[in-house]
Each structure stands twice: as C-alpha cells, then as structure tokens.
Design a protein around this ligand. Structure first.
Ligand code: PGA
Length: 232
C-alpha cells in the first residue's frame, strides 16, 4: 500500500551542496515528501517549483521574546515550513525535552498552522523489559498529545535502538506499536523511523497501518532518498 509521507530529517548534517541537490528530487504523485534541513537552509530550500514540503527539526514554545538562540513558529512559517519535528529522541535526551515541553511546542506550532511530527520511542533496555515498552510509548504520547486535535498532528514511532544503528524491528513489532497507538489515539497518523534505507523500505512498506517513514541518514543521499520515496 502506498505511504502518504516520506520525511527526511537531516539532523545537524547536510550542506549548501546537498541543498542544491534537492533540485534533483522527482515529484511522486502518491507521496508527500517533506525535507527537514537545519534552520539556516530553510529559506533557500523554499523554492517555488520544489517537489517537497519543508519542515523544521524543532521550534520554541513561546511565540516571540527574549529567547536568544531559539526560533519561533512564525519564523518557520515565514520561511515556508509546513511541518515541524518535535520531541525527537535526540532532543529528549540531549536537550532534556520533556513530554510537557513537547506538548507546549506542539500547541504553539498548531496555533500558526504548522503540522507537528511528534516523535516517540523506547530505549533498548525498555524494549527488553517485557511488555513495559507499550506503557512507555503510551505515556510519552499521553503527555505529548494532551489537549491536541489528533487529526492535526502526526506521530513518528522511532525506537531509539533502531535510530542510526542499522537494526530495525520486525514488521510485527512495528505493527504492534502502530496498532496500539492508533487504537488509543483515534484518527492519528503514524510514521515509522529508525534505519529506514533503500534496502529495507520494500519490507517495511508491507505494514499497511503505517502512514509513512521518517528517514535520517538515508535522506542525506538524494538517490537513496528518492529510492525510498519511490518504493513507499
Ligand atoms: P536514521 O534516523 O534513519 O538515521 O536511523 C532516523 C531519525 O532519527 O529520525
């Protein structure tokens, strides 16, 4: 089944050269392509004839003010963003972002019309501790999604042990979590992220309940990214 979204998260990678290579991406009528480069590239990526939508990797929870180094949702709107990735595990771990911070950011993003892509996922130790990972993921979602219009947000299930490791869960493992999320939070869209590559996208694409993929490393190579788009 076709996937609706393929989102490329460049993280703190990429260059002007890669920004120029985005011109080589080909339109795919079945897939909404979203590219999330670092902040400084957003403006230059916002070309009229681009085949992708733009997303940011973060935003601040207040609309404006004395928050040196932060970027507001209005700034993102003015640079052409439609999406914003929130609560990525790297931000949760390295920048101590809690569910409540992610929730505030999502509310602020929605207030200006940005679609939040809210990331959740368990660490390896939690996955290995019996069924506790399910509660862990649901707790993250309950905190991060509190009070939000579920139809206006996208969730990305990204098990931390699969991010950048080349290890991916089985389709059954992914499907179990996607079903759990969709049965608890009605009408929510769910992406899978964590080591999605041209070599495994064909297998992952068999998970009918998934709405798409969040791609890190492989989105930094335009040929690989295109391959994932075309196989999604
Ligand atoms: P990866 O990253 O595809 O490099 O594993 C995914 C992500 O962190 O969003």
């Amino acid at each position: 089944m076709n996937k609706t979204y393929v989102v490329g998260n460049w993280k703190m990678n990429g260059s002007l050269e890669l920004v120029n290579e985005l011109n080589m991406l080909k339109f795919n009528p079945n897939v909404k392509i979203v590219v999330c480069p670092p902040y400084p590239y957003l403006g230059i990526c916002n070309q009229k004839d681009k085949v992708y939508s733009l997303g940011a990797q973060n935003c601040y929870q207040s609309l404006s003010g004395a928050y040196t180094g932060e970027v507001s949702v209005d700034h993102l709107m003015e640079t052409g963003c439609e999406y914003v990735v929130l609560g990525h595990s790297e931000r949760r771990t390295m920048c101590y972002e809690t569910d409540s911070v992610v929730n505030s950011k999502a509310k602020t993003a929605l207030s200006v019309g940005l679609t939040p892509i809210i990331c959740v996922g368990e660490p390896l130790a939690t996955r290995q501790s019996g069924g506790f990972y399910k509660k862990y993921i649901l707790d993250q979602l309950e905190g991060s999604l509190a009070g939000l219009d579920l139809e206006s947000v996208i969730v990305a299930y990204e098990p931390i042990w699969a991010i950048g490791t080349g290890v991916i869960p089985t389709n059954n493992e992914i499907e179990e979590v996607v079903q759990l999320i969709k049965s608890t939070f009605k009408n929510i869209r769910v992406l899978y992220g964590g080591s999605v590559k041209p070599e495994n996208v064909g297998v992952l694409n068999k998970i009918d309940s998934l709405d798409g993929f969040l791609v890190g490393g492989a989105s930094l190579d335009i040929d690989k990214f295109q391959h994932i788009i075309d196989k999604s």
